[in-house]
Design a protein around this ligand. Sequence first.
Ligand SMILES: [Zn+2]
Length: 197
Amino acid sequence: MKYPKALEELIASFKKFPGIGPKTAERLALHVLLGADQEDVKSLSSNLLKALEEVHPCKNCGILTDQDLCFVCKDYTRTKQLMILENNKDMISIEATGQYHGRYHILNGVISALNGVGPDDINLGSLKQRIKDEGITEVIISTNPTLDGEMTAYYINNLLKDELEVYRIGYGLPAGTNIEYANETTLIKALEGKRKM
Ligand SMILES: [Zn+2]
């Protein structure tokens, strides 16, 4: 006994998302058909398409935006510091501290030997030129304190260290704790404790 084809396909679609195993995928798909308000399901479907159509990484820095340039790149009061982060969630966490007033460069990924992700697979291609064009004076590498995050920091430091001051965010964070899970006080300490690479 199998489910109808369209239902099997819906389960398969849910399974492709991070953290969703076969059981959860099945439960979600059944919920869509039987449990959820039909209007909610329709608006989920149209919100998915709308987000896909309208939101994309800023062409300059990689922050998600529905404009050509994101809110940070359009803000001329930002300092000439540049913070390099793995993802948009981390940028939201850093912004929430209110203690950082520079610009960002979002990698939208991390170099990972284990997952076969190389430097060309993340948002690094424009970094050097950007630093030149915008007169950046200082880079703070704030990739997460994981094996991949440290390898990525090491790679970027080698890429930039002859051209300007490169710092690593100072982690009061226990190893393996990602920026998005750190509280504000810890993040502010981490910003204050940056060290030269
Ligand atoms: Zn931007």
